[in-house]
Design a protein around this ligand. Structure first.
Ligand code: NAD
Length: 455
């Protein structure tokens, strides 16, 4: 593919203003939804081929979110895109002030493999809703799904409006050499830095949806059994290959043993296996080896088994872990849950603050003051109190990271904002023209200005 040519065509198409009409955007969103719906079975098959993800998981954690994004955008687009009134200050009267949203232009969307549909279609929905054109680069690692996405888009939409480019590092590097009006990237912090640097060369605005080690903090006055149930579900969903999965549990030493027992018990009850369609494969051998290398057999509390041929790693809990263990160095991104204890919440807070800002944080407690303290003191992308992962399913909550875990956010209106520019306009009539601001200046003019400004 000639990327320069694609970009030129998209820019011409964008400049023709066709994508700006609200009716056009809504029509395209409806078309996209219909196409995805008609091909659900193709996507189920592709994702299953990539890593044995079941229809249940694909519907609940991918398609459902995409449909929700599309439906909400169709319904709320007229409101989001409406010109917003702003107050005019006394100095500028008589005048009207307002803010106009406008699409940014030609956008690049780069996806990750772990939720391969959601992570490409949800930003695409936002890009269309805001009136842009888009080049979409799904992850090459979930190759069957990447091909299915490419087929759907490239066979049904003109490439000057949207097009899928398949490929890995080479293709992405080449794409990043082009001048885009927006880059939306989902992936690792390491590659996020590469994308940010490439974008900086053209002063292209970015949204970076990155990763990190998201803690789940459990205080002594939490409901331990419910905490364990919610944590097990959130951690082992998608075999832990979820950007906002609880990476590790930081628990008050007083309730540690009780929590461990319940964690183990829920893993048993949930009966994770490929045969049940409630567990997925590790995406590839490289990640399989990386993950098994993080399991110190002397620290396994439960699980620990693995099978390279099946790319299977059992839900694993590690105990007696310290922050010096290898498993605590980088984001785990797999079915391994280290449990670390603290005896003083102050120390726990200090420890988390000393590490890079995580994408998510989960606070399990019934104690209002501990909860408020952590909410006030800890910086993280987003999270939940007494739950884990589920905040992503509420599109009224902008989703994104902070610091090392990302910049910018999306979902619902936040997605529309991410792909828009907001033009501020002061709109003046000609009939009133005080001479105050014009030379020659005088003390009298200055005192009038001070009076009008109110200072
Ligand atoms: P990755 O960074 O390896 O790859 C992401 C994308 O970047 C892929 O499309 C890939 O082709 C491309 N890429 C890889 N190396 C590149 C390079 N050198 N130059 C240019 N492009 C390159 O990430 P991944 O393994 O696909 O996904 C896992 C990571 O993504 C985890 O850290 C996870 O936390 C994060 N993630 C974040 C979110 C979020 O919403 N914040 C969602 C899912 C995954």
């Amino acid at each position: 593919m000639n990327y320069e040519e694609i970009l030129k065509n998209q820019r011409n198409y964008f400049n023709s203003n066709q994508t700006k009409a609200i009716e056009f955007r809504i029509e395209q969103l409806k078309k996209l939804k219909k196409l995805i719906k008609n091909r659900e079975s193709v996507f189920y098959e592709a994702i299953y081929k990539d890593f044995k993800k079941s229809e249940f998981d694909t519907y609940t954690t991918e398609l459902n979110i995409i449909y929700q994004e599309i439906e909400e955008s169709i319904q709320k687009l007229p409101k989001w895109s409406r010109r917003k009134k702003a107050w005019t200050n006394l100095l500028n009267l008589p005048a009207r002030s307002y803010i106009i949203s406008e699409p940014l232009g030609v956008c690049l969307i780069i996806g990750a493999w772990n939720y391969p549909l959601q992570l490409t279609f949800a930003p695409l929905v936002a890009a269309i809703a805001a009136g842009n054109t888009a080049i979409i680069k799904p992850s090459e690692i979930s190759s069957a799904t990447s091909a299915a996405i490419a087929q759907l888009i490239n066979e049904n939409f003109p490439s000057e409006f949207m097009v899928v480019v398949e490929g890995g590092v080479t293709e992405t590097t080449e794409l990043l050499e082009q001048k885009f009006d927006k880059i939306f990237f989902t992936g690792s912090t390491t590659v996020g830095k590469i994308v940010y640097q490439a974008a900086a060369k053209n002063l292209t605005p970015v949204t970076l949806e990155l990763g990190g080690k998201s803690p789940a903090i459990v205080t002594r006055n939490s409901n331990i059994k419910d905490t364990a149930k919610r944590l097990v579900w959130a951690k082992f969903l998608n075999s832990g290959q979820t950007c906002i999965a609880p990476d590790y549990v930081f628990v008050d030493v007083i309730v540690k043993d009780e929590l461990l027992l319940h964690l183990k018990d829920f893993i048993r009850k949930f009966n994770y296996s490929f045969e049940n369609d409630n567990y997925v494969q590790i995406i590839d051998e490289k990640n399989f080896h990386r993950l098994t290398g993080l399991i110190d057999p002397s620290k396994v509390y439960s699980g620990g088994e693995s099978n390279l041929q099946k790319r299977y790693i059992a839900p694993t809990i590690l105990t007696s872990i310290t922050f010096e263990d290898k498993v605590m160095e980088n984001e785990i991104f797999g079915p391994i849950l280290p449990v670390i204890s603290f005896s003083d919440l102050n120390d726990a807070i200090l420890k988390i603050k000393s590490r890079p800002k995580p994408l998510a944080c989960y606070i399990f407690t019934n104690d209002r003051s501990s909860r408020n303290r952590m909410l006030n003191e800890l910086s993280f992308g987003g999270g939940a109190i007494n739950d884990s992962v589920m905040h992503i399913s509420n599109s009224n909550l902008p989703f994104g990271g902070v610091g090392n875990s990302g910049t910018g956010s999306y979902h619902g209106e936040a997605g529309f904002i991410a792909f828009s520019h907001f033009k501020s306009i002061l709109d003046k009539p000609f009939w009133f023209e005080p001479n105050l601001k014009y030379p020659p200046y005088s003390a009298l003019k200055l005192s009038w200005i001070k009076y009008l400004i109110g200072r």
